[in-house]
Design a protein around this ligand. Structure first.
Ligand code: HEC
Length: 159
């Protein structure tokens, strides 16, 4: 996704239509585990709906001030996690996330770069990403534990 953005991709309607038709084809390696929406009329309806919803969303008003966001500290990102401790902690996670990297509705979390993993958990914890289950799961994790989980899942590769 980032590489596409760096290469100048703009998410206009045409781009979104191409993406929704075959996400994996347009953005190889995307973590969005969605096969795609074959029917062009369905995609057009969906895009029309998203446009209408965006127009009603106060967050899409550029004159609205950006909400303050908690920032993750460099010191937290610098922690080297212990993968063995991470494996021990992961027993809670693998009831939902497959260690094989298979994603059936629940996203794959294996083989991620450490920073992205740590950031994702931080964002659930601080409710930047709002998801009740992940918020509960992360609320008791300290920085060392998050780093250990990042180290453990990061060294696994999708089967
Ligand atoms: C009860 C099921 C469940 C458990 C247990 C669980 N997760 Fe999750 N996790 C989810 C779901 C569902 C999502 C997608 C949430 C969303 O839409 O933002 C998610 C999202 C994530 C993401 C972000 C994925 C992405 O593609 O952005 C990470 C990273 C993650 N979980 C790590 C963990 C870790 C580490 C643990 C264990 C400490 C854990 N999860 C435990 C269900 C679970």
């Amino acid at each position: 996704m980032r590489a596409k953005g760096d290469a100048g991709l703009v998410w206009d309607e045409t781009a979104l239509d191409t993406y929704l038709a075959k996400p994996q084809e347009m953005v190889p390696g995307t973590r969005m585990s969605f096969r795609g929406m074959e029917d062009a009329a369905d995609r057009a309806d969906l895009i029309a709906y998203l446009k209408q919803a965006a127009a009603l969303d106060p967050a899409s008003d550029p004159s609205a001030a950006a909400a303050p966001r908690a920032e993750i500290g460099a010191a937290v990102l610098a922690i080297e996690g212990d993968p063995a401790y991470g494996e021990y902690l992961a027993s809670e996670c693998v009831t939902c996330h497959q260690p094989s990297g298979r994603a059936d509705g629940i996203p794959s979390i294996v083989g991620w770069p450490k920073d992205a993993f740590v950031r994702a958990l931080f964002e659930y914890k601080t409710n930047v990403r709002s998801h009740q289950v992940m918020r509960m799961v992360t609320s008791n994790l300290g920085n060392e534990e998050v780093a250990a989980l990042a180290a453990y899942f990061g060294q696994l590769s999708p089967q």
